[in-house]
Design a protein around this ligand. Structure first.
Ligand code: FE
Ligand code: FE
Ligand code: ZN
Length: 276
């Protein structure tokens, strides 16, 4: 069965997110580890986290896909911004161990005209600083649409980051369908070809999670504007192939479509019905 959920607010704590997920037919979810646009984090309630862990185990939930705040930029041209990203990620990875064996996804960053090469080096340097051998969390690089100076616009850029990480066993990739499509990979007409390329460049074992979003823009637009499932340039037939593809079908799928909870409940049902 498809493992699927959406982004949920963490404002009422861990168990509350699990209950909300269940109420919309989800069996995984995503949440921001701290204020997505600021960066502040509230103290972890260890009991609440432990209750959620047991609660999800009983219900057969899949792995969670936590998301770092958008404001982190590991390859900023400002040293204090890189230092903030390093500290926030280090702290997030400590916090993630309260819900062990899940995923922590982040946007590699924007190199702000320093060049992708320089960006890749800075991102890897942060990862080499914050990853610890004993952690149970796998850190995921998100595939990016390539708007502005985003790093991670190609599978090669993601591979170049992972190649420089010493504890690469703790690294994986989150495949955002809107971003990959906007980056110029034709997942509508050649999903097999795109995933073969992913395998050739990164190794298919690195693929750990999917952000399942339609796109308001055509393939290669480098825009990153998410659309509801079926209403954009990717379209429902492509999503049917995506949720059934052998390389994807058993991964956690996270919706980041422009929706409220009832809209997510509907998309979860639609996508579950597409899986054979
Ligand atoms: Fe993201
Ligand atoms: Fe995403
Ligand atoms: Zn996006």
């Amino acid at each position: 069965m498809l493992t699927i959920g959406c982004h949920l607010s963490s404002s009422k704590g861990f168990l509350s997110m699990g209950r909300t997920a269940s109420s919309i037919g989800a069996d995984t979810f995503a949440f921001f580890t701290r204020n997505p646009r600021g960066g502040s984090a509230k103290a972890i309630d260890a009991d609440d986290a432990a209750v959620l862990n047991a609660w999800m185990r009983e219900r057969g939930f899949g792995k969670l896909v936590a998301h770092a705040p958008y404001t982190l930029n590991c390859c900023s041209d400002k040293p204090h911004a890189r230092e903030f990203a390093r500290q926030a990620m280090a702290d997030d990875l400590v916090r993630m161990e309260f819900t062990p064996h899940n995923y922590y996804n982040f946007h590699p960053g924007s190199h702000v005209k320093q060049g992708a090469e320089a960006g890749i080096e800075m991102i890897a340097a942060v990862l080499n600083d914050v990853l610890a051998p004993e952690q149970t969390t796998t850190v995921l690089l998100e595939t990016m649409a390539g708007k502005g100076t985003e790093v991670g616009r190609s599978f090669e850029e993601l591979a170049a980051i992972i190649d420089r990480v010493e504890l690469a066993d703790h690294m994986g990739v989150c495949f955002d369908t809107c971003h990959v499509h906007d980056a110029g990979y034709d997942i509508v007409n050649d999903l097999d070809g795109v995933l073969e390329e992913f395998d050739r460049v990164l190794g298919i074992d690195r693929l750990k999670a999917v952000h399942i979003n339609d796109s308001k823009n055509p393939c290669g637009a480098h825009k990153d504007r998410h659309e509801t499932i079926g209403a954009g340039h990717i379209g429902i037939e492509a999503f049917e192939r995506i949720v059934n593809h052998p390389a994807l079908r058993d991964l956690p799928f996270i919706l980041e479509t422009p929706n409220e909870l009832d809209g997510y409940a509907n998309e979860i049902e639609v996508l579950r019905n597409l899986q054979r």
